[in-house]
Design a protein around this ligand. Sequence first.
Ligand code: BGC
Length: 252
Amino acid sequence: MRQKTILGIDIGGTGMKGAIVDLSTGQLVTERFRIPTPQPATPRKVTQVLREVVQHFQWKGAVGIGFPAIIEKGYSLTASNIDKGFINYPVEKEFSKAINLPVKVVNDADAAGLAEIRFGDKSLRKGKVLMLTIGTGIGSAYFLDGKLIPNTEFGHIHYKDKLAEHVFSNAARKKAEKSKEDWAKSFNDYLQYIERILYPDCIILGGGISKHFESYGHHFNINSKIIPASLRNHAGIIGAALSSESLMVEVA
Ligand code: BGC
């Protein structure tokens, strides 16, 4: 059987990470390659770094990209942690043109969630499951019986007159020089609020902070089950690759 591999790239507010992913197993078949996201993250600069990532892998096939914005019909519509030049920008077309390869762009948290649903515990395919990615911002992916409701933005709900992601993201935690334990104690407020409005069966925590779940998870006091992402920080890359599966036909 021919191995189905795709280059997955996770573009975040701080880093742009790529790896070639085996879609049948969800495993990375190369080392992860990371370049810091250029600042300001303008379309021109981000596209330049994207080219470097693709060149690094000498890749000639479909590329799946997770991007930190609402993505509709190939356009990025918002820009919270990237340059405002990405608002209403034909991101899919422009990235594809720049690297001369078929490209699929999806929201980064939706990508990470897709990977967890496909390759994580099978029980996640039933009921209401919310993935939250904690990084430069807070991303969300919401699933009902394994089906994604795309472009939810639960990191953007308001908490005490601020955007939740400005208070609870990993970037905000580092800026406030908070330990992970202290972060978890206050993040519990946010989780309780989310629980009151969505009442999910399960919350999956992703992003860099998910690696240390064992050291702070006991501070969460909610009824929903809460677990760390089983693919840890690779979920974004794997999910980005997964979401471009439909392009395989074009390059076969
Ligand atoms: C963006 C989301 C994104 C999240 C994580 C937020 O600021 O609005 O679209 O998923 O950051 O990168």
